[in-house]
Design a protein around this ligand. Structure first.
Ligand SMILES: [Fe+2]
Length: 379
């Protein structure tokens, strides 16, 4: 069998005779790396992940348990099966090894057939798991692309009805992405703004005004400022948008409920693979919160619910700043576009009144980048 398609096995044992025996037994079928101490094994594993590791438990200095512990901490036991080589039955040690991620045991002296069978079984399971992971990742990517396309289409649909806000959704999304990048550099937001959360935020942001679909043309396309009654009607877009996503969320949950076996199996796989559970519903939650709360104000004078401070979901607090910035710097039939400097001045004035003060400070700190983005769309 040529080397390139041979599975790679690391054998760790401090007894030279055992390494030699493993080499004689496995050398023709597998690509082998031999390590005669725990330290040597760790040194190798810090740079390589073979297909499987055979690990002796009783070794001087760094024993098998210590090697396993490090592999568990680095997450390597999730990618590579580790079979423990042990001379005697010791239930406590076996339980400890299992808890640290070992998948099986082979007793010494080795019985050839048992050794080969256990290695082959674990390699097959591992290959199956890899294929499954690949499939799930592929499906997740397809769902993601579908969300992108739907998000853009719906956003464009809203915009096509609203002649006065040309480019608003696209601009807001650009400022929003810049803002998120900066926020994730700050300690207080670094842990919250995970890769998945940021991805969902950017996908959901263009949909924040989707409720405008329910607004009458006479109000939506009006070329002068709205009167009180018209403005009240316009304000309902936040609630309409929020309800829209809530209804989609409810339908998805109902579908899940009716296919619970499949859902359980999928969630188990996600769990084992550390994929954030139900990323589809996470996206819908974010989209709902952005649509419903993007006109709320820090001091509680916003709409539709009048919640205040940190009760307003973070995604909506972030969006409300860029949404207002874009509205201020855009030309409307009833007003000229404000300059970047004037818009920033207004936002700073409303720091802690309309807008989250910490977020406002961070937004102001990237004023130059936001201005460059504004100027690039003007040309
Ligand atoms: Fe809005």
């Amino acid at each position: 069998m040529p080397d390139k398609i041979k599975k790679h096995i690391l054998v760790v044992d401090d007894v030279p005779a055992n390494l030699k025996y493993a080499e004689q037994l496995l050398g023709n079928t597998y690509k082998l790396t031999l390590a005669s101490s725990g330290m040597q094994a760790l040194k190798f594993l810090r740079k390589n992940t073979p297909d499987l590791t055979l690990l002796d438990i009783n070794m001087p200095e760094i024993d098998g348990c210590m090697v396993l512990k490090e592999l568990k901490e680095t997450g390597q036991t999730e990618k590579m099966p580790v079979i423990i080589l042990t001379s005697e039955v010791d239930t406590d040690v076996e339980l400890k090894c299992l808890a640290l991620g070992a998948v099986d045991f082979i007793r010494k002296p080795f019985v050839t057939e048992i050794m080969l069978s256990r290695i082959e079984t674990q390699l097959e399971l591992s290959a199956y798991r890899n294929r499954l992971e690949h499939l799930v990742a592929e499906k997740t990517a397809v769902i993601g692309r579908l969300q992108d396309v739907m998000s853009t289409c719906f956003a464009e649909l809203v915009e096509s009805r609203d002649g006065t806000t040309g480019g608003h959704i696209k601009n807001t999304t650009m400022y929003f992405a810049l803002f998120l990048d900066e926020l994730s550099r700050h300690e207080e937001y670094r842990d919250i703004l995970t890769h998945e959360y940021k991805r969902d935020l950017v996908r959901a942001a263009p949909l924040h005004d989707i409720g405008k679909i329910g607004i009458n043309d006479s109000v939506l396309r009006k070329e002068s400022a709205l009167d009180k009654e018209e403005f009240e009607h316009m304000k309902t877009h936040a609630k309409i948008g929020g309800d829209t996503f809530q209804n989609i969320f409810n339908s998805v949950e109902e579908i899940r409920h009716h296919s619970q076996i499949g859902a359980n199996a999928f969630e188990k796989i996600c769990d084992e693979m550390n994929i954030e559970e139900s990323s589809d519903t996470a996206f819908l939650h974010i989209a709902r919160d952005m649509a419903l709360y993007h006109h709320e104000r820090w001091n509680g004078t916003g709409y539709p619910t009048g919640i205040s401070g940190e009760d307003i979901p973070l995604c909506a607090r972030i969006l409300s700043i860029v949404d207002v910035y874009d509205a201020l710097t855009s030309k409307r039939s009833y007003k000229e576009a404000f300059s970047h400097e004037k818009a920033m001045e207004i936002i700073i004035e409303d720091r802690g009144i309309f807008f989250d003060p910490t977020l406002t400070d961070i937004f102001v700190s990237i004023s130059d980048k936001i201005k460059a983005c504004l100027l690039s769309k003007e040309h």
